[in-house]
Write a protein that binds this ligand. Structure first.
Ligand SMILES: [Zn+2]
Length: 352
């Protein structure tokens, strides 16, 4: 038995791990900055392993890693001809993992993925038609490879998000559309975040919300507001970084905390964000609040590790395979409370 996305959301939280780009890069299989998901072709085992790690941490959805795997990006690196093989390979890997849940129970959902094209331009028909073609071919491949649902994500133009929804809807599969406003706190075509989310609901998106660019601190204010205005299912997938009112996204996040060796390219994004991570308790708090608000589609985007996914899942009240390994400080050699913890080590704790 495999329930569909909406049925699952009607029953409670559904977890979707994202952030493949950053995590695959950290694992050594992808170039930062360039950010092309060639890993599906070049190191399929590495991608499969990451999917399995997220699945173990509680992800109910296995999202095919085709983020940036679109025609425009492939042209940038001169590998246009590998576009379809790359998409199909990523979808097949996701399908394989989704069909093999850890406990042998209900299979996960496999999601196809389209995302910000980076060529969308207001009033430019040629650019918009090209985006239409890019989205259409990717959706076609996802349907062909057996996707259960389609995610359109990280849109910073409202109209591009509507375009993605339109193309996804033609496939007949459930649609999840998440937007990612830049630091100007509105969509690039001038539409407010709330109006964009409302419009996506009006147009019939099954799930609408936000992903990427923003940490919980600068994403949740919009979602709190939207939750009051929307009736449909909502999604929240922030990045696990400490964004602030002064720096709402991770693109211009400064490292003011005694950094002695800044990145040669002059910014913390994307390779020197490490000291700016939210800790797991902050991510837990995000998950708890979002779930309490009734935002049932939950995850973490760029920067996410399986640990963050487990935190969100547990914050939403779920017990996942990785819950077996959540912290057990009581057995620590110095800070533990276990009766075998040596007293002289406990005493030393504050000086260690
Ligand atoms: Zn992201």
């Amino acid at each position: 038995m495999k329930r569909k996305l909406i049925e699952r959301l009607d029953n409670g939280p559904v977890i979707c791990a994202e952030g493949f780009l950053f995590e695959v890069e950290k694992r050594g299989y992808l170039a930062s900055g360039e950010f092309v998901p060639m890993v599906a072709l070049e190191h399929p085992e590495a991608l499969e392993n990451l999917h399995k790690d997220f699945q173990h941490a509680g992800s109910d959805i296995v999202e095919a890693f085709t983020y940036n795997g679109h025609r425009e990006k492939m042209r940038v690196i001169g590998k246009d001809e590998l576009l379809e093989p790359l998409n199909r390979a990523a979808l097949k890997i996701a399908k394989k993992v989704a069909d093999n849940p850890i406990d042998g129970g209900e299979p996960n959902l496999m999601a196809g993925n389209i995302s910000n094209s980076n060529i969308w331009k207001e009033g430019d028909n040629d650019a918009q038609n090209e985006v239409h073609r890019m989205f259409s071919e990717m959706v076609e491949w996802a349907v062909d490879e057996g996707a259960d649902m389609l995610v359109g994500e990280t849109f910073y133009y409202a109209e591009e998000a509507y375009k993605a929804l339109d193309i996804i809807q033609k496939s007949g599969l459930p649609s999840v559309i998440t937007i990612a406003p830049m630091g100007v706190n509105t969509m690039m075509d001038g539409i407010t975040v709330l109006d964009t989310l409302k419009e996506l609901e009006q147009r019939g998106a099954d799930v609408v919300g936000m992903n990427c660019f923003r940490g919980p601190a600068t994403m949740m204010p919009y979602l709190r507001e939207a939750r009051k205005a929307l009736k449909c299912h909502m999604a929240a997938l922030p990045i696990p970084f400490r964004t602030s009112e002064a720096h709402p996204t991770f693109f211009n996040l400064p490292d003011d905390d005694s950094c002695t060796c800044p990145a040669p390219h002059g910014r913390t994004f994307p390779t020197a964000l490490d000291p700016l991570y939210c800790n797991r308790y902050e991510i837990h708090e995000f998950g708890k609040e979002a779930a309490k608000l009734g935002i049932n589609y939950l995850g973490v985007c760029c920067g996410a590790t399986p640990m963050h996914i487990r935190e969100v899942a547990e914050a939403a009240g779920l017990v996942v395979p990785a819950s077996k390994y959540r912290e057990k400080m009581e057995n620590h050699f110095m800070y533990g409370t276990n009766e075998r913890t040596a007293e002289h080590m406990q005493d030393f704790g504050d000086k260690a």
